[in-house]
Design a protein around this ligand. Structure first.
Ligand SMILES: Nc1nc2c(c(=O)[nH]1)N[C@H]1C(S)=C(S)[C@@H](COP(=O)(O)O)O[C@H]1N2
Ligand SMILES: [Mo]
Length: 466
């Protein structure tokens, strides 16, 4: 057998583009796949996501790679082996984030501690259900370590008593209900807003949105079991607390109106399953709230307590964050008491393919993307322009028809159009929901200091190769 040179993972990591050569690893083998990039059946953009690192986490997402001929094909590109004395880095005992779970290397990380990351746009709309490993993660604090056998959910009852539910009781006492729902962060597409004027917040691109099939108990069933009525007179809220707490001991918290929590049509879950498996640690293991049609911030993860109150959650994240303001409001004048907490989100859409700055081949171009609206409002149409919004075509919507008013999941869409060599395109998309709500055409008039609710027409400039 030929003997191969040895490389460290760091050395492999320096080969991430066709200019620096494209190296990947599989097992302990190192491959130079530069010449294969253009031949990749899934497209060059997809294989480049793995450049400089291991293939396995990506192959795990796409079953076709499991076939033997794929490994055979790879073998011809072998250039080396990983050095056997590569030791994993020792965890730091002082670091509050040292206990965070491992993550998929394909995620685009916006902040490591706390962990905030989005799936790469190239993979975002490839699947109707986002694989758990790629589902965007929005953490404010370290991920709590929960021992499932000692986990208890506390529900404060109406008469002052409390209900304490183990994970086994939550699973066995209440019927399992399944809902396919998209979660979107309030700050999705914030980076487009910062280009108008700086805003405070994580620089999310278009990927702070993902879709899963959630399984769990209905919040409604648990509250009725605790003794709450179908309806309460006046204003009431259901408040949630997470097991993650800031250094002062304040837990992450949020609330939703009582009516939504009790409505059988609102499908609010205490979820313990995500796409058929137990919740991953980053997404709230062992139990999280899922509030379909509502901003992600209300879907409290690592749920420890549910309470009913005449007031909204006292949490910082309910009171002094996740609210929208006029472009004229700045950090000197903002008064968080004057604006309602964001609940249902406005209609949204984005182009996931091609990516900004791409040079696409002439002939036929397929434009792909997602569209979604809050409050269960179905996306009824997506318009796409290739000339900056002067002329339009209607995209083909893909997805299952939802019951009226309960369209909790996004629609993926695509449009194939002829494109001429040597031209510049400004691709634009905009969605229409079942209430005929539309997206604003530009960002500046909806700019706000926190960079939330960024839903302007999505614009992507590309050139067509000669
Ligand atoms: N306990 C707890 N719940 C939380 C958060 C958090 O930091 N702690 N982040 C919230 C926000 S702002 C969003 S957008 C969603 C993100 O859920 P995901 O990480 O599963 O995508 O979780 C929400 N629930
Ligand atoms: Mo969020």
């Amino acid at each position: 057998a030929p003997s191969y040179p040895e490389y460290t993972r760091e050395e492999v990591g320096r080969h991430r583009s066709p200019e620096e050569r494209v190296w990947v690893t599989h097992g302990t083998d190192v491959f130079d796949v530069t010449d294969f990039v253009e031949l990749h059946p899934g497209g060059p953009d997809k294989i480049l996501l793995a450049a400089g690192g291991a293939l396995e986490p990506f192959w795990a997402l796409y079953a076709v790679h499991g076939e033997p001929h794929v490994l055979e094909l790879l073998q011809q590109y072998k250039v080396g082996e990983l050095s056997p004395d590569e030791a994993p880095a020792a965890p730091d005992a002082q670091d509050p984030f040292a206990g965070d779970p491992p993550r998929h290397p394909g995620l685009r990380v916006n902040s490591q501690k706390p962990f905030n990351a989005e799936p790469p746009a190239e993979l975002l709309a490839e699947r109707f259900l986002t694989p758990n490993e790629l589902f965007f993660t929005r953490n404010h604090l370290p991920v709590p370590a929960v021992e499932p056998s000692s986990y208890r959910l506390r529900v404060d009852g109406p008469g002052g008593g409390t209900l304490s539910l183990s994970l086994a009781e939550l699973r066995s006492r209440f019927p399992k209900h399944e809902v396919t729902a998209t979660l979107q962060a309030a700050g999705n597409r914030r980076s487009e807003m910062s280009r108008v004027r700086p805003v405070k917040g994580l620089p999310w691109d278009i990927g702070a949105i993902s879709t899963a099939r959630w399984g769990g108990a209905r919040l409604r069933d648990v509250l009725l079991h605790a003794g709450f009525p179908e309806e309460l007179q006046g204003e009431w809220h259901v408040c949630f607390e997470g097991l993650d707490a800031d250094p002062g001991g304040a837990p992450y918290g949020a609330s939703i109106p009582y009516g939504r929590a009790l409505s059988p049509a609102a499908d609010v879950l205490l979820a313990y399953e995500m796409n058929g498996t137990e919740l991953p640690r980053d997404h709230g293991f062992p139990v999280r709230v899922v509030v379909p049609g509502v901003v992600g911030a209300r879907s409290v993860k690592w749920l420890r307590r549910v309470a009913v109150s005449p007031d909204e959650s006292p949490s910082h994240w309910q009171q002094n964050d996740y609210k929208g303001f006029s472009p004229c409001v700045d950090w000197d004048t903002v008064d968080y008491r004057t604006a309602p907490a964001i609940q249902e989100l406005p209609v949204q859409s984005a182009v996931t393919q091609p990516r900004p700055g791409a040079a696409v081949p002439p002939g036929e171009l397929t434009v792909k993307g997602y569209a979604w609206s809050g409050g269960g409002r179905e996306v009824v149409r997506v318009d796409v322009s290739l000339d900056g919004g002067r002329t339009w075509k209607v995209a083909r919507l893909m997805g299952d028809k939802a019951p009226p008013g309960r369209a909790w999941a996004w629609a993926l869409w695509e449009l194939t159009v002829p494109v001429e060599a040597g031209t510049e395109l400004e691709i634009v998309c905009k969605a229409v929901d079942s209430s005929y709500n539309v997206q604003p055409d530009s960002v500046a008039p909806i700019w706000n200091l926190r960079g939330v609710l960024s839903t302007a027409w999505h614009r992507v400039r590309v050139s067509v190769q000669d």
